[in-house]
Design a protein. Structure first.
Length: 196
């Protein structure tokens, strides 16, 4: 694959980042939350929009590279994207590890007896570190690929998704934890731009 894309090493790097992301989703769930691990923990079937976004990113990267390879040669910008990918992946993985049995890929609608409000570790910096980590990772992939169109698309789509999801999830968390969650929300932001 490196030979096919010549000097555009970011494309195989992107595929590698995707593979690591999906592997770690399963592996960390299996290691730290084994009662909730299933084949779905790989997040391979993460919805039609997810597949369309990544296919579009691959198409944009390939087309732009073949039209004008110089569009894909800005090493410092790609390096900043790689830093965002690594930071986002670490943050998401640490969120899953710190939450342990409290972490779920699906929104929980009923509080379980073992359910606790996690406010330590990465949760002391952001109340939704797995969401912020994924946001950073996904936007970083498009910076890494030097994909201007997909960068805008990923940023807007993910912001809208997480805005809705956080609003919905936090109503449930207030029901589960009451004033404890309200106080936590006052002191700890999401770090996703414009989502309080």
């Amino acid at each position: 694959m490196l030979h096919i894309y010549g000097g555009y090493w970011q494309l195989p790097g992107y595929i590698c980042a995707l593979s690591i992301f999906h592997f770690l989703e399963y592996y960390i769930t299996a290691k730290y939350n084994p009662t909730k691990v299933t084949i779905e923990s790989f997040l391979i079937r993460n919805g039609r929009s997810y597949v369309i976004a990544h296919v579009f990113a691959l198409i944009e990267a390939t087309v732009e590279f073949y039209i004008s390879p110089s569009l894909k040669h800005f090493p410092l910008i790609s390096a900043s994207g790689l830093v965002a990918i690594i930071a986002g992946q670490l943050l998401r993985s640490m969120a899953m590890i710190h939450a342990s049995s409290n972490f779920s890929h699906m929104i929980v609608h009923k509080r379980e007896n073992s359910h606790q409000l996690v406010r330590t570790g990465v949760y002391s910096y952001t109340r939704h570190p797995s969401y912020f980590g994924y946001f950073l990772w996904a936007v970083g992939t498009q910076i890494f690929l030097l994909n201007p169109v997909a960068l805008i698309g990923f940023s807007v789509t993910l912001w809208r998704f997480f805005n809705r999801r956080i609003e919905y999830e936090e109503k449930l968390l207030v029901q589960f934890f009451g004033d404890e969650y309200i106080e936590y929300k006052k002191t700890t932001g999401t770090l996703i731009p414009f989502i309080a």
